[in-house]
Design a protein around this ligand. Sequence first.
Ligand SMILES: Nc1ncnc2c1ncn2[C@@H]1O[C@H](COP(=O)(O)OP(=O)(O)O)[C@@H](O)[C@H]1O
Ligand SMILES: [Mg+2]
Length: 227
Amino acid sequence: MSDKAVILSGIDLSLGRGPSRVHVLRGIALDVAKGEAVGLVGPSGSGKSTLLMVMAGLERPDSGRITVAGTDLGGLDEDALARFRGRNIGIVFQAFHLVPTMTALENVALPLELADAPDAQARAAAELDAVGLGHRLHHYPAQLSGGEQQRVAVARALAPNPAILVADEPTGNLDEATGRGIVDLLFTLKRERGATLVLVTHDPGLARLCDRTVRLRAGRVEEPVAA
Ligand SMILES: Nc1ncnc2c1ncn2[C@@H]1O[C@H](COP(=O)(O)OP(=O)(O)O)[C@@H](O)[C@H]1O
Ligand SMILES: [Mg+2]
């Protein structure tokens, strides 16, 4: 067994068509150890979100190799990749991305049901309890505050006990105090479950909580400058 949760090598990706085509990721190589928390930083437009999507199996690179939890994602067809994502990768977005027509409980149960977990509802309720929302199970996203919605999103991401958790500016839409609560929650749950975390952030305080920071610039990993 490898001690790596994520191995990226030679990742290249261009997005868009014709004149709007952009070479977004350029020869990215990056390993993330199991249980590690990596902060992904860099200027706006440097490719952070795109790299996270590649890591999460939501975007396929033009070339290069991605191994997550020992599985080469390039070897999976679309159905297998979707199944793999559901069981192994939890994703938290800046804008929460909850299903508006589903209650908090239904949102969190969804990935468990897709993974054929027999006790999806009970587990979803326990996950919501773990993020402090045991009293909001039957609320719809529009009936919840931004911080509460992000707690639901964290519960949903962690419910299947994924090997890796990726979060794209998870506090970007929240005020400072609420954001701090989400960060505490993310790191606490990550630690409790031994998950690996890759976190995009603009917040230096948040980046410092990570074991290591990786800086992107114009689609490349910037080599750390020796102190
Ligand atoms: N679908 C797309 N088509 C064309 N260009 C894109 C697309 N998605 C992202 N880009 C470009 O790729 C670059 C990196 O985007 P992104 O990964 O969102 O950066 P970051 O998250 O670091 O701000 C940007 O210049 C952006 O305009
Ligand atoms: Mg981004």
